[in-house]
Design a protein around this ligand. Sequence first.
Ligand code: URP
Ligand code: ZN
Ligand code: ZN
Length: 461
Amino acid sequence: MHHDLVIKDARVVTSGGVSNCDIGVLQGRIASLGTGLGGAEIIDAKGLIAMPGGIDSHVHISQPSGPGIEMADDFASATTAAACGGNTTIMPFCLPEDGQTLRDAVTAYRAKADGQCLIDVSFHLIVKSVDPTTLGQDLPSLIAQGMTSFKVFMTYQGMRLTDGEILQVMDVAREHGALTMVHAENEDAIEFLRDKAERDGRIQPVHHARTRPIPVEREATHRATTLAEIAGVPVMIVHVSNGAALNEIERAKARGVRVFAETCPQYITLTADDLDRAGFEGAKWVCSPPPRDTSEQAAIWAGIERGAFDVFSSDHCPFRFADTAGKDAPGARASFRNIPNGIPGVETRLPILFSEGVAKGRVSLETFAALTATNHARIYGLQQKGAIAVGKDADIVLWDPLVSKKITQDALHHGSDYTPWEGFEVTGWPVRSILRGKTVMLDGAPVGQRDGTHVARQSLL
Ligand code: URP
Ligand code: ZN
Ligand code: ZN
């Protein structure tokens, strides 16, 4: 067979193992895996590793985050940064503005993304209200259109749902075959601790972490998994930050509840001390749940190593630091309560896990591929994606496993004006990202057309 493109001599990571071979691409799909393949375009990939293109199933882009607050990325900059960090698909959220229907929110997000995306995009939904239109009309119709997963929040004023409301949402998920993702932190407990901290004058960024301690997440994780058990649905617990919350997930699994678990780079590399830097600097690391300490990092690593986590995502939620529309929002210096939550990370997620996991011998190449692409595709229903296998989309990323560099803001492509990992040393970096057979990043620079499309998903539940 004559291919449009052949990637020659890479170490190819498939779910069946790692082998040296050629990858033949025809009409945007992987057509052959073998040796001596011929094609119109040849990429010499000797010395490189061919991975399935990264799928980041937890990113926030252009999401309303309070009056006057703006996220630092639009779909053009976010997908550029994602491609440069070794991704070929991202999964952002559609959050309705107050008074907007979920259906109208989806239309608005799709319009924002249209024609802007360097890589593919597949939207999740956020359910922040359980009115009859949302539950009875919009959710069933949007699930049928391929948006088969939605996030609910147990925290954040204006977003959190009560237990009864979460059960109602899970019931719709059960009936229509969708997956509920839960942000598990106990808002009442946070509010109690936050009020107390403010009364005592503890208003600096580090108190964001101190008023969201581990029990806040552990209790909510127990409740979320129990609600899923009662509703009879699978559930994804997103951004797990510590060992006690992970234990709740494993206890639920042992009871037979179908629970998936996600963790993120911040929980294996950052700590609450990062929020305790001089002045307002710590605001750069304010995210929820907050980073913990080195013993919790070890607990998360142990979970990764024993297979307790299904996906490793970024929770990319970028704000600019030196910006009153970002971290320096009105009131943010007067109380950590007003600092927008979230950190940028879509471009650094994969190099951090490659370096800390693969290069340091903690995870195999196959596990890396599973945690960063294959499991995201399987769990969220991206059937065409997530693996180097005949018939799949030719979403392939070539990695140089030997290059060593420091992460620095000036080399990144996101819209934020800082990276939480400034100066962090990594070994291994993606050097070429290929989307459906077309190169979209080469040697650290975006190239090619903005041909990223919205990918509808199947319910695989
Ligand atoms: O602090 C965070 N994680 N912000 C993003 C929104 C969320 O909760 O995932
Ligand atoms: Zn969240
Ligand atoms: Zn998030």
